[in-house]
Design a protein around this ligand. Structure first.
Ligand code: KIV
Ligand code: ZN
Length: 402
């Protein structure tokens, strides 16, 4: 049955909502904080990328965060993304979110409360009954600020399943329109995700009227796999960050989830609002703003994601890129793939490079000699650059003329 949501109207059953938390959970990782002007630039890029919801910050966290949420709220019209602010389940937090979001054309109050026995006992020092009461009270207050209220069960994936069902039922009855079950400490495996969401869908009255959401951390490197498993189990909102930044090992990376959905459309027949061609640009903007580069082997946006060094791969890619590329570089914003010359490279890539550098008409002997000397050089240098190749060939030509 299609869901009617206050921010999105009637949702097609195969539409995945992208909730981006780069500016909140992402910003919470050490060294990644951003000032208002930087957050505004990121928010604009996220809107252009096509995310549906931007979590702009945690309004009560600091005056700067309040102002950031307020400025981002002011920025977008009805055609722009929904702007969200996080709040704990208390009146001060929720009222701060409500106030900061006032100028927003489309707004969401996001409320979080821990539900695992461990968190309730050690951190909250609250009983199960007290937690249920706090959910009821806080979501009701949230609804007085916005029609669109998301409720999150912090440490939800380690929560007793019966109690989790009661918490979710309480949140829905109080007016929550999105129910998010975070894997706060990145402990789950894909089967756990599927079980949690299937269980909620089978057992909680009213669950069919709300959007289910997954929010996965990457402590075991499974955030994206868990997110995909959650989608397969009926989740229609996924929470992620650009470059996978976030607390500790980070959150599910937006670009990886978006490209999994696009590349494996055969197995994951869902649609999104993401303009994937803008992914690289957005990733680079975040790296520039935060000063943290992504690692070279990072899927989709790392500098090696579409680079090939080994001779076997280069030969294949030169014949047909799909031999070693499952998506085109252009589909995520790269202008092209790259054949990097190194000691593993073969003659085909070397010839290709010569042609690209304007040395297309060298005879076989000169090419063979230059290739032999290139291999010697590649043993000494990690990467052989265009200038090195040009120097080798020019030298070869001079020698040949002597
Ligand atoms: O990881 C988490 O539990 C969170 C919540 C605030 C949604 O970030
Ligand atoms: Zn989180």
């Amino acid at each position: 049955m299609a869901i009617t949501h206050p921010s999105f109207g009637t949702l097609d059953d195969n539409r995945i909502i992208f909730f981006d938390t780069t500016l909140r959970d992402g910003e919470q990782s050490p060294g990644f904080s951003m000032n208002i002007e930087e957050k505004l630039r990121m928010a604009e890029a996220l809107a252009e990328l096509g995310v549906d919801v931007i979590e702009a910050g945690f309004a009560i966290a600091s005056p700067g965060d309040f102002e950031s949420v307020q400025s981002i709220a002011r920025k977008f019209s009805k055609d722009g993304p929904v702007v969200a602010s996080l709040s704990r389940a208390n009146a001060a937090d929720i009222n701060a979110s409500g106030e900061a979001l006032k100028p927003a054309a489309r707004k969401r109050v996001h409320i979080v409360l821990a539900t695992s026995d461990l968190h309730m006992r050690v951190k909250l020092r609250m009983s199960r009954d007290e937690v249920l009461e706090a959910i009821e009270r806080s979501v009701t207050l949230g609804r007085s600020h916005a029609e669109d209220v998301e409720w999150s069960a912090e440490d939800g994936s380690r929560t007793d399943p019966d109690f989790l069902c009661r918490c979710v039922e309480t949140a829905i009855k109080a007016g929550a329109t999105t129910i998010n079950i975070p894997d706060t400490v990145g402990y789950s495996m894909p089967e756990d995700m599927a079980r949690i969401f299937r269980d909620l869908r089978n057992r909680v009255p009213g669950i069919e009227k709300v959007v289910l959401s997954a929010h996965n951390h990457n402590d075991l490197g499974m955030a994206v796999a868990n997110t995909v498993a959650a989608i397969q189990a009926g989740v229609r909102q996924i929470e992620s960050t650009i470059n996978g930044i976030g607390e500790r090992a980070g959150n599910a990376s937006l670009e990886e989830v978006a490209m999994a959905l696009r590349t494996r459309h055969d197995a994951l027949p869902f649609k999104t609002g993401i303009t994937t061609q803008r992914i690289l640009k957005t990733s680079r903007l975040l790296a520039t703003i935060t000063g943290f580069d992504v690692q070279p082997n990072k899927a989709i946006v790392g500098r090696n994601a579409f680079a090939h060094e080994s001779g076997i791969h280069q030969d294949g890619v030169l014949k047909d890129a799909s031999t070693y590329e499952i998506m085109t570089p252009e589909s995520v914003g790269w202008s092209t793939n790259s054949l990097v010359l190194g000691k593993h490279s073969g003659r085909a890539a070397f010839r290709d490079k010569l042609k690209a550098l304007g040395y297309g008409d060298l005879g076989d002997n000169a090419v063979n000699d230059a290739f032999r000397r290139f291999k010697e050089l590649a043993d000494r240098k990690k990467v052989v650059y265009d200038e090195d190749v040009a120097a080798l060939v020019d030298d070869e030509v001079v020698r040949g003329n002597d």
